[in-house]
Write a protein that binds this ligand. Structure first.
Ligand code: BES
Ligand code: MN
Ligand code: ZN
Length: 488
């Protein structure tokens, strides 16, 4: 997808040179300053009841006499915020992508903008609309023809628009990569496949990559990670991706991704219904790869390391069993009471590994708990951090990217339930507060790290009619990493 910026006064909209023109009306009053044919079409549509000036309404007007673009569409945003504009763009772009247009021009009317955030919202909405999963379904047909989008603005807004489109285009690349990998089924997207994807990204983007196999993971002493991996014939992979955008001595930001390519639950096996969705249990890992892609594309002046622990969680004669005790890389022992709480078991060793990188911040990303879905639903990711500043930075990054999160508590009282008679800790507590106790478990492995945890169980993919990965939280993470680059 190609994003451009063009200076064109509102009064000249009828002359916009594109296959389609999308006019986004912000606010509930009829807009001012539009050329006659467009203003007339809006007035008529409103008068005849075809277009209500209400949030997220759209109207495809087809050809409008006096307008150069052969297809005209209207969309209404509830207000001029980037969030409302994006909510209006989504249905409009979904309708437009089914048409023959290749080049779409977009104008924002009634807003004092567009700003960089509006431009970014347009880019990410368009990237989402244009994505089509074809890897194991080539019959899904060709990708939508829509491949070029021009955001029209006045001269004053143009530099901001250029900035926002550039950032948006990079996020689209990262989100698309994350969606694509997470959508691939477990028999295609194995730990080995994830490692190959990381290697390919490294080749194309000037990153350094190390991939460790079972032997090397054993040698490191990641007994907790290996306990999860041991039930599967599919070999585990520990992936280390490095991007250097700042001086070598500059402490890196580290992103840690949960890469369970299929989570059956293991011996504590899950019910059959919807178990297929556990192929998405590597969404955290996919978001790490996608974010690295976006950050490289933006040439951010920051050092960034991605760590991915990847394996399957399956029942077999070799599987770890409830009651087994394992020794983590940190030396702490863990009684595995439930083999389905496997995410924390692979992440704890990756977090301990992160300490040797002497990072300025570590963020882990994981489809960690069903309890987080109960707590926050599918809109905001769960965010946990004992560090006030880091928490605020992540909240701000999520808001800026329209990829929001919500801070959850980490009081010491929640830690009680992890006590074990036979090891330093158990890997689960009771059902109540399950997202928090999972985070408390991870916290035991973070030592002096400036650490945060994102639980994306509710936001990483959609179920039902639109089943598929969302690519979240690549937007949030990209904004966060960019802010870290500017912060020093
Ligand atoms: N990958 C799942 C979490 C999950 C479940 C995400 C459903 C989205 C939808 C994780 O490995 C898991 O199984 N967690 C258990 C933890 C429990 C055994 C303490 C859960 O949430 O049920
Ligand atoms: Mn599980
Ligand atoms: Zn899992």
């Amino acid at each position: 997808m190609d994003f451009r910026n063009q200076v064109l006064a509102l009064g000249a909209l009828a002359k916009a040179d594109a296959d389609a023109l999308l006019v986004v009306l912000t606010g509930t009053k009829p807009p001012q300053g539009l050329p006659r044919p467009i203003a007339g079409a809006i007035d008529a549509a409103v008068h005849h009841g075809d277009l209500a000036l209400k949030a997220s309404r759209t109207l495809y007007a087809g050809r409008v006499a006096g307008v150069k673009a052969p297809r005209v569409m209207f969309a209404v945003a509830g207000d001029e915020s980037p969030r409302a504009v994006k909510a209006a763009l989504v249905p409009a772009l979904n309708a437009l992508k089914g048409l023959g247009a290749r080049h779409l021009a977009v104008a924002l009317v009634g807003a004092s903008g567009p700003t960089a955030a509006h431009a970014e919202a347009l880019a990410t909405a368009a990237g989402d609309a244009a994505y089509l999963y074809r890897h194991t379904k080539p019959s899904a047909g060709p990708a939508p023809r829509l491949s070029k989008i021009t955001l029209l603005s006045d001269a004053k807004a143009a530099p901001d628009v250029t900035l926002g489109l550039r950032r948006g285009a990079a996020i689209v690349e990262g989100v698309t990569m994350a969606r694509e990998l997470a959508n691939r089924p477990g028999n295609h997207c194995t730990p080995t496949h994830l490692a190959e994807q990381a290697q390919e990204l490294a080749r194309s983007a000037d990153l350094k990559v190390d991939v460790l196999g079972r032997k090397e993971i054993e040698k490191l002493g990641m007994g907790s990670f290996l306990a999860v991996a041991q039930g599967s014939e599919e070999p585990p992979r520990f992936i280390v991706l490095r991007y250097q955008g700042a001086a070598a001595h500059d402490a890196p930001v580290v992103l840690v991704g949960k890469g369970i390519t299929f989570d059956s639950g293991g011996i504590s096996i899950k019910p059959a219904a919807e178990m297929d969705e556990m192929k998405f249990d590597m969404g955290g890992a996919a978001s790490v790869l996608g974010t690295m892609r976006a950050v490289v594309r933006l040439k951010a002046k920051v050092n960034l390391v991605g760590l991915i622990a990847a394996c399957e969680n399956l029942p077999s004669g070799r599987s770890v069993k409830p009651g087994d005790v394992v020794t983590s890389l940190s030396g702490q022992t863990i009684e595995i009471l439930n083999t389905d709480a496997e995410g924390r078991l692979i992440l704890c060793d990756a977090l301990t590994y992160a300490e040797r990188l002497k990072p300025k911040a570590v963020v882990d990303i994981a489809t960690l708990t069903g309890a987080c879905v109960i707590a926050l639903g599918h809109h905001r990711s769960g965010m946990f951090s004992p560090e006030e500043e880091l928490a605020q930075q992540l909240l701000a990054a999520g808001d800026a990217a329209l990829d929001p999160c919500w801070r959850m508590p980490l009081d010491a009282e929640y830690d009680e339930v992890l006590k074990s008679h036979f090891a330093d800790m158990a890997n689960v507590g009771p059902r109540a507060g399950g997202a928090i106790t999972a985070a408390m478990f991870l916290k035991r492995f973070t030592g002096k790290l400036r650490w945060a945890h994102l639980d994306i169980a509710g936001t990483g993919w959609r179920s039902g009619a639109n089943k598929g990965a969302t690519g979240r939280p690549v937007g949030l993470l990209t904004h966060f990493v960019l802010a870290q680059a500017q912060n020093h």
